[in-house]
Write a protein that binds this ligand. Structure first.
Ligand code: PGA
Length: 270
């Protein structure tokens, strides 16, 4: 796991967008896994800015979102399809039909969820999956206790998640009780996972996810089993990490490697 600690939420968003941008430069026809919630908004703003500057092209990109509330149609102001249109899809050159957000109004969720998984496979799997983290340690809507092998399915939201998300709906009563969500197993099949978190209220969940035991009680901890995970944090979200100094040393060494200053790493004769 690579842990990058930036000075501010804004700097963390720029860093995360830069990592996504590098993915698109490397592979213009990337399959991106996208997330919703407060955390990705600044990332999408930066991706939009890079697109407007002519630095990012989404014309060959395919996207799959992690989740959607059950019962909300695409035009509901709190649906994740609506969120994605507002924050990204309407601002970049993603072709019509290239974006996928689970449908929260299916009449047969079992077969719908299977077809969502099939579509991901048909597109060759997700190259890079953007993730936020809940204060209860969830990724997507994989609440504590979700199987670490779980696939796309219906999930009941915890009271903590309902409380956290009430800010978007005006009251807890207005938050849907169920969501369709990619499973932990689905997420772990992405080639790379990019987890972002800002703020002190995320510090405990981040410490458990990054340095705690792998447990279904903190589904983000399953990322420790993945071979290519990047965690981008602001300082506040990093405060409960024990190995902050080491993560900074790793990033310093990485930038020396990237800038070719090999002598400073004891490589060669420089
Ligand atoms: P947030 O939520 O980005 O709105 O804090 C993240 C999540 O619950 O996954």
């Amino acid at each position: 796991m690579r842990v990058i600690i930036e000075d501010s939420p804004a700097a963390a968003c720029v860093k995360a967008a830069c990592i996504i941008g590098e993915q698109l430069q490397r592979k213009p026809a990337s399959v991106l896994g996208l997330a919703t919630g407060g955390s990705p908004v600044g990332v999408y703003d930066e991706l939009t800015r890079l697109h407007n500057c002519g630095e990012l092209d989404f014309s060959k990109v395919i996207t799959f979102n992690l989740d959607e509330y059950v019962g909300l149609g695409p035009d509901h102001s709190q649906s994740y399809r609506f969120f994605m249109r507002t924050h990204l899809f309407d601002h970049v050159n993603l072709p019509q039909g290239s974006t996928h957000v689970p449908d929260g109004r299916s009449l047969d969720f079992d077969s719908y969820c299977e077809s969502y998984e099939s579509k991901i496979r048909e597109h060759g799997g997700i190259d890079l999956q953007l993730l936020g983290i809940g204060t209860d340690g969830h990724i997507a809507f994989n609440e504590p206790g979700s199987s670490l092998g779980s696939r796309t399915r219906l999930k009941t939201l915890t009271s903590e998640t309902i409380r956290d998300n009430a800010r978007f709906f005006g009251s807890e009563d207005a938050v849907p009780r169920l969501a369709v969500t990619m499973g932990v197993g689905t997420i772990l099949e992405s080639r790379c996972c990019l987890l972002i978190a800002y703020g002190e209220h995320k510090a405990s969940a981040i410490a458990k996810a990054v340095e705690g035991p792998v447990t279904a009680q903190v589904t983000a901890s399953a990322l420790q089993l993945h071979r290519d995970v990047i965690v981008v944090l602001d300082q506040a979200a990093a405060t409960q990490l024990n190995r902050q100094a080491y993560y900074r040393e790793v990033e310093d060494a990485q930038s020396l490697l990237e800038s070719g200053q090999l002598g400073k790493l004891g490589i060669g004769d420089e």
